[in-house]
Design a protein around this ligand. Structure first.
Ligand code: KG4
Ligand code: ZN
Length: 353
């Protein structure tokens, strides 16, 4: 089964050709991120305009790199949401048009199900269920208990900011560029993770939810209380900034793994731990995950480019949905910007609880 995936939920324009859900034949990503380094975040209208220019060349390149023609395709999978409305429209309108022109089935994929499918890419063996998936990106932070590729129960989610958002906002406070995750990780390489104390959010509650607003506020107060002159003009080389970045990163990652520790106590039958989404690219998080997995297999996407937004994961999710539902997976899908988490698995008939 050969699927063309299309992803345009934020500032990336991506197209990929994936065979049988696992084998990535091509994955092309055009990003307008550089344009947003100064603003510290994405400007939605500008992102959509860039995507309108990029979408067809990116799809052409993905087909060419895979050595495929439209006739070879079995279906098209496209991110239906959530994301920036204008950006989603560019992807979904293009996908609808191509599907009707080429007479191919069209599958609308929830962006989170795309991330949840990313560990399947380039994989040789089937993951073992049940498994826990921590999905942490700029838009969401969730913990799922999965009994099959597209059957899952939501165990916890963030009550305020997403983990990636906490990285992005923290970087902004430290004078580091956008996106904040990679910038903080780089500065943290020369810092001490225990240099500054941070609180442990929700540690007194019996919950698997996440909360980042307290950690963010702690960073703000630490910066305020430190000598401002110490924050060198070139933030990336300042020792104080490196220590702050390392300590803040450690606190954000510890909060993520603390939820996994609790979830494993409640669900000892779990056989694998998956970590997906932009934040799963973080090497410090990956090493902390190994410490808490209790000997279980830990899977992260095989390539860093599969952690952040990409169309290969959307094609993989489209294949998993097709395998589960056949033609029913190609039913009506909506282009709304905001789709509640409870609808992620709606197509499976097993709504999240
Ligand atoms: O999944 P993604 O590409 O887009 C969304 O769906 O949001 O995730 C982007 C987020 C950004 O907040 C970015 O700062 C974060 O992932 N990120 C990282 C790293 N690389 C990207 N966070 C921590 N460490 C990284 N190495
Ligand atoms: Zn994403």
């Amino acid at each position: 089964m050969l699927i063309l995936g299309i992803e345009t939920s934020c500032d990336e324009t991506s197209a990929a050709v994936v065979e049988s859900g696992y084998h990535v034949q091509s994955c092309v990503i055009a990003s307008s991120r550089q344009a947003f380094e100064r603003s510290g975040g994405v400007i939605p209208e500008q992102a959509a305009r860039e995507q309108m220019r990029a979408i067809h060349p990116v799809i052409d390149q993905a087909l060419a790199e895979a050595g495929a023609t439209p006739t070879d395709l079995d279906a098209i999978a496209v991110t239906r949401g959530p994301g920036l409305l204008g950006s989603l429209l560019v992807g979904t309108v293009t996908a609808r048009t191509l599907a009707s022109l080429w007479k191919k089935p069209l599958i609308g994929v929830h962006h989170t199900l795309g991330h949840l499918s990313s560990p399947w890419l380039d994989l040789r063996e089937e993951p073992s269920f049940p498994l826990l998936t921590l999905s942490a990106s700029g838009g969401h932070t969730e913990l799922w208990l999965r009994t099959a590729p597209v059957h899952a129960r939501l165990l916890g989610s963030t009550r305020d900011d997403a983990a990636g958002e906490a990285f992005d906002k923290g970087a902004c406070m430290l004078g580091l560029p956008y996106p904040g995750g990679p910038a903080i990780a780089k500065a943290a390489e020369s810092g001490n993770p225990l240099a500054y104390p941070f609180p442990h959010p929700l540690s007194k509650e019996e919950t698997l939810d996440f909360s980042y607003s307290g950690l963010k506020t702690s960073l703000r107060y630490l910066i305020r209380d430190l000598e401002i002159e110490q924050m060198a003009v070139n933030s990336e080389q300042s020792t104080v900034v490196c220590h702050l970045a390392a300590s803040y990163q450690h606190a954000l990652c510890l909060h993520l793994t603390s939820r996994i520790v609790h979830a494993l106590k409640r669900n000892p039958e779990v056989r694998e731990i998956h970590c997906v989404g932009g934040v799963s690219a973080n090497l410090h998080l990956r090493s902390l995950l190994k410490d808490v997995c209790g000997g279980r297999i830990v899977r992260v996407p095989q390539k860093i480019l599969y952690c952040t937004d990409n169309a290969a994961m959307i094609a993989a999710a489209g294949t998993l949905l097709l395998q589960e539902h056949g033609g029913a997976a190609c039913g009506p899908f909506c282009t709304a910007a905001s789709i509640p988490a409870s609808e992620i698995f709606a197509l499976t008939g097993t709504p999240a609880q």
